[in-house]
Design a protein around this ligand. Sequence first.
Ligand SMILES: [Zn+2]
Length: 456
Amino acid sequence: MDEKIGSYIEELNKELGDLEKTGFHAEFNKRLAFQMLQDVTKESILRKLGRKKKVLKVKDLSANLENFEVIGIILDLGEKTILPQDGTQEGTYKMYIGVLADETGSVMFSSWEYLPGSIGDIITIKNAYTRTWQNKIRLFIWAQSLVSEIADSSLLPRSKLSESQSKKLVDIGAADFSVGTVACVLQLSNKEVLVRGHRSRVVSGVLADETGRLPFTSWIELPGIDIGSIIQIEGAHIRMLRGMHSVNILNSTKVSSIELEEARKLAFTFESAGKDPSPIRIEEIVSKDVMFDVITAGNMISVRPGSGIISRCPECGRSIQKAICRVHGKVEGVRDMRIKAILDDGTGSISVMFPRELSEIIYGKTLEEAEKLMFSDVSKDAVYEDLRYSLTGRYIAVRGNSSKGKYGILFVAEKAWVPEDDLVVRVMELLHRLGPDEKDKQDRNSQIFSGRVGFA
Ligand SMILES: [Zn+2]
């Protein structure tokens, strides 16, 4: 191998980590063997391997991303000494924890490596990854990451960077460390929850502006604030709750009401923000990591196994098998009913989960009726089979939240109904897809139809 290629491999090794593991080496050797020297470029091989590095903005970070690049300013940096579990000093190591920001948001990071930069420096991180840690999305820097300081600050105008940026709801990212916003309180309720063994009162609800909606939780009292209030929030944290990011109001968060005079200048009112969302196509849902409170419709092309009557742990609500919860051991299961179905509208498909109340409505049988069927039939899958028979192919509209998981998009329905008002639109779309001949006939039919209406 000549010197040029040798140094090239060295350079790639530095940048990409273990070439053997990435599959790069094999691809590289193959091309060399076939004398495709002009084609031995980093970019071309990475494209071939589907590993072309993505450069992401903080706003686009979601849980479980890998192998991407991010550029940002270090807003905060501290170190923590991690002691080994066995109590000895052997194997003690340092971890660096901080906040990184770009013009789209700020994110918490952890690094096992010493960082070549300090607070105020702009750095680029290659080969970073994200995980959910203590209900927050965190950026991780590890041995295979390549971090370098950037001298050219024109890449990132410092004036735009701050730890807590004021944003429209649609721009609040799942990984955002701290944000501010002006929004209207659409829903609000008080509840008691157990936090580390202590009962505490929390306020939870939904915020809305002209761009969208997000759930929120307040760990402090919100005197004078109710449904319909328009509030300004500064320094709220973002946390993950069942795959969905939500705005968290903490002790350090500032919340204030917007005066009527000021509220008039906003692009939304309580009435406009509170309107039902317009239905969207499934392809749009599939393209996003998380969507809160959306409406879509499609055909249930299949009812998934695991639908029907299930048993849940009374302690944690997990679905259990043979009266054993994987956290609480042997328990007396509580019966529940759910339906998991694949919904398809021709533009894409999603897995929709219907909780018990909705399952009973769309199935047309209550949990008790389904239980009767289960006990009267020799097949233990009687309810599942009945669900498949009665639901497959049915057209249904759903309203709820979607999030991307390991197995694709999961949509949790909060409402479900059979849409009738858009039947005409669907028929027209179908005829359109069938071709111009059918459409002509349809046009003639509609002329005849409108003629009749004219006579009536
Ligand atoms: Zn349990």
